[in-house]
Ligand binder design. Structure first.
Ligand code: DGL
Length: 275
């Protein structure tokens, strides 16, 4: 059995394109519909209830696009809205937290994992919960890193100032003895070189975007939702506000083929959001 419908992917903005890039590499035969809520980005500094409401509204728009599954390509939305999305959507939902946590546990040798993310992601405790549910013995050190998203969106991916900010955030985690660091924000893979430079060789990086893509592949196979051979694969991108400079930053850094970007208005009266 197979399913030609698109994989629906959403993020607060354009950071989730790191997940799309990983999905395109891993599942070249699939059609992807990406929706970035650029009218309301960033989600990272907003309350859990607001992020939950936004996520339900955006997911409802993906349902209108006939998505066969919804990929929450945003750690902030995955941290606070995944349970609600799973409850209300009629299709399987995959977030980035569980795949990232699993990969971190498979990577760590000393059982001490670090996590960086937005304030909302770190405040939610979602990574600690997931990591401890999988391995109660794991030690977890976390750090909210709210300055990284604006630096990435500005395109300062290899910049002395960005290096200093990274060093300031990561220094204490390294000092505490982590040997694995989860990039708990879908923007952060764009900083992978700068972050690697700031870490001792003994610390391994876990990219939640790549691990999420691998979990999507597994889900499609297990649920018989993979695209049929000869499917018209491709990427459609829609945003809730006009694209800004960050779209060209992402396009360049990810080497992603991005055609015309569509504009969509948020459906505020989304029925599932009201439930
Ligand atoms: N890409 C979002 C995440 O993974 C962060 C951007 C935002 O704050 O909206 O958490």
């Amino acid at each position: 059995m197979s399913d030609p419908r698109p994989i629906g992917v959403f993020d607060s903005g354009i950071g989730g394109l790191t997940v799309v890039k990983a999905l395109r590499d891993l599942l070249p035969g699939e059609k992807i519909f990406y929706l970035g809520d650029t009218a309301r980005v960033p989600y990272g500094g907003k309350s859990a209830s607001t992020v939950e409401r936004y996520s339900l509204e955006i997911a409802e728009m993906l349902m209108e696009e006939n998505a066969k599954t919804v990929v929450v390509a945003c750690n902030t939305a995955s941290s606070v809205a995944l349970a609600k999305l799973e409850k209300h959507l009629p299709v399987p939902v995959i977030g980035v937290i569980r795949p990232g946590a699993r990969a971190a546990l498979a990577t760590t040798r000393n059982g001490h994992v670090g996590v960086i993310g937005t304030r909302a992601t770190i405040k939610s405790g979602a990574y600690e919960r997931e990591l401890r549910a999988l391995n109660p013995q794991v030690r977890v050190s976390v750090c909210a890193s709210p300055l990284l998203v604006p630096l990435i969106e500005e395109g300062w991916l290899d910049d002395e100032l960005t290096d200093r900010v990274i060093a300031r955030y990561l220094g204490p985690l390294v000092h505490q003895g982590i040997d694995t660091l989860v990039l708990g924000c879908t923007h952060y893979p764009l900083l992978v070189h700068a972050i690697s430079r700031a870490l001792p060789k003994t610390v391994s990086l876990v990219d939640s975007a790549r691990n999420c893509a691998m979990a999507v592949k597994k889900l499609l196979v297990q649920s018989h939702l993979s695209a049929p051979a000869g499917n018209s694969a491709g990427l459609d991108i829609a945003l809730t506000d006009a694209p800004d400079i960050f779209l060209s930053v992402a396009r360049r850094a990810l080497r992603l083929e991005i055609g015309n970007v569509q504009l969509r208005e948020v459906l505020h009266s989304a029925p599932i959001a009201a439930r």
